[in-house]
Design a protein around this ligand. Structure first.
Ligand SMILES: NC(=O)c1ccc[n+]([C@@H]2O[C@H](COP(=O)([O-])OP(=O)(O)OC[C@H]3O[C@@H](n4cnc5c(N)ncnc54)[C@H](OP(=O)(O)O)[C@@H]3O)[C@@H](O)[C@H]2O)c1
Length: 358
């Protein structure tokens, strides 16, 4: 009724005075676009909002209150999103943070924000570009020279350029594969003695449910130089590699007091989605803002794996919502595949004989 009165008023005061073509255009818009707009808004309110409320109530939070004083945490990808929120939480618990970043300006801003918000000044900012093997080696060299131990290693950084073009780095690796997996693989190998020195210590590898997209991983084409692969396929492959790496690493470190697990954070509204093509960004905007988790919510499983005492003796597992999950592809359990990937990765990152410590 109110809507009807509103239209009546608009007709009398505005549209009535327009020329015929203007009146017809307004009529057309009123009978086509307006109902569409009303439907979109109603659907958003009736479906998305209750879904958001359900998601808010079902998101699991890390309930552990343990402090991390005296512990050293190395965390990649702290300049935004999930990594930033995890770094903030761990700094609040008193951890000493080592944050390797590829953008030092951004890193300085983030580390001073974390210090200001938490009062923790114990943050060691360093440069490392995971997509550049020389940079990873330089970072590891300085770390091994300066540090005695690392208690928690969080291999979180990752990106998804969402572009169809296959981008090959100077090391001959596909860019996403290098940033999300190969860089972390090399770094973990080169600093593993620091983890062993701190035993019992923990490694957390960021996986993703998207690994399902790439279960047909081709060991002879890990950098997608042959064939036609879309960005989901490559991103999924990088995450599947992180999960297979977790399995094999946990087997290799069984007697060293270092546990290693992988996880999925949920679908989280972070800058990782900002580089999508414009039409996808427009389509995703409402779901992103209403349905996706906040970065703080997305960081909870990461924080849980870093601090909770009940996971200290669990290794080689996959976590979602702060608990173990078995809802992942059976390919991840393929020991032969994990071993082949390990061997191939050693070759591709040119791990020297002297560096083989695992
Ligand atoms: N968001 C989700 O829905 C979702 C779901 C499943 C898994 N994940 C995973 O969660 C992790 C964190 O992602 P996010 O959503 O928090 O994204 P984000 O906000 O874009 O953060 C990604 C972080 O990784 C860093 N990074 C990317 N490439 C790097 C490189 N080559 N060298 C060094 N650092 C690099 C970025 O540095 P800059 O600031 O310099 O770019 C940034 O700090 C990723 O591994 C992602 O795959 C996310």
């Amino acid at each position: 009724m109110i809507l009807f009165e509103f239209f009546q008023e608009v007709w009398h005061n505005n549209i009535r005075h327009l020329p015929l073509i203007g009146q017809l255009t307004c009529g057309f818009l009123a009978f086509t676009c307006l109902p569409l707009l009303v439907s979109v808004v109603s659907i958003s309110v009736c479906i998305l909002v209750p879904m958001r409320i359900i998601s808010k109530f079902t998101t699991k939070w890390c309930t552990c209150k343990n402090r991390m004083d005296g512990k050293t945490v190395l965390l990649t990808g702290a300049t935004s999103g999930i990594g930033y929120e995890a770094a903030l939480d761990l700094a609040r618990r008193g951890a000493r943070l080592i944050l390797p970043v590829r953008n030092m300006e951004k890193g300085k801003t983030v580390s001073s924000t974390i210090s200001r918000l938490t009062g923790n000044k114990n943050i060691n900012l360093k440069f490392m570009d995971l997509a550049n093997l020389d940079s990873v080696r330089e970072f590891c060299q300085s770390l091994v020279a300066e540090e005695a131990r690392i208690d928690v290693l969080i291999n979180n950084a990752g990106n998804a350029p969402w572009e169809k073009v296959i981008d090959i780095t100077d090391d001959g690796l596909e860019y996403q594969m290098a940033s999300n997996y190969f860089g972390h693989f090399l770094m973990t190998n080169l600093i593993i003695d620091l983890m062993k020195n701190a035993a019992p210590s923990r490694i957390i590898n960021m996986g993703s449910k998207v690994h399902w997209r790439s279960t047909d991983l081709d060991m002879d084409n890990l950098n997608f130089q042959r064939g036609d692969a879309g960005y989901w396929k490559i991103y999924g492959a990088s995450k599947l590699c992180m999960m297979l790496f977790t399995k094999e690493l946990s087997r290799k470190l069984e007697d060293d007091g270092v546990v290693v697990n992988t996880m999925h954070p949920g679908v989280v509204d972070t800058p990782i989605y900002d580089r999508q093509p414009t039409y996808i960004r427009l389509l995703l905007w409402i779901p992103r803002k209403i349905l996706f988790r906040s970065p703080k919510e997305g960081a909870q499983t990461l924080i849980h794996l870093a601090v909770a005492p009940e996971v200290q003796n669990i290794s080689g597992k996959y976590f979602v919502d702060c608990k173990e999950s078995s809802w992942y592809s059976c390919v991840v359990e393929d020991t032969g595949m994990a071993k082949r990937l390990w061997k191939k990765s050693c070759e591709l990152v040119q791990l020297q004989e002297k560096d083989l410590r695992i």
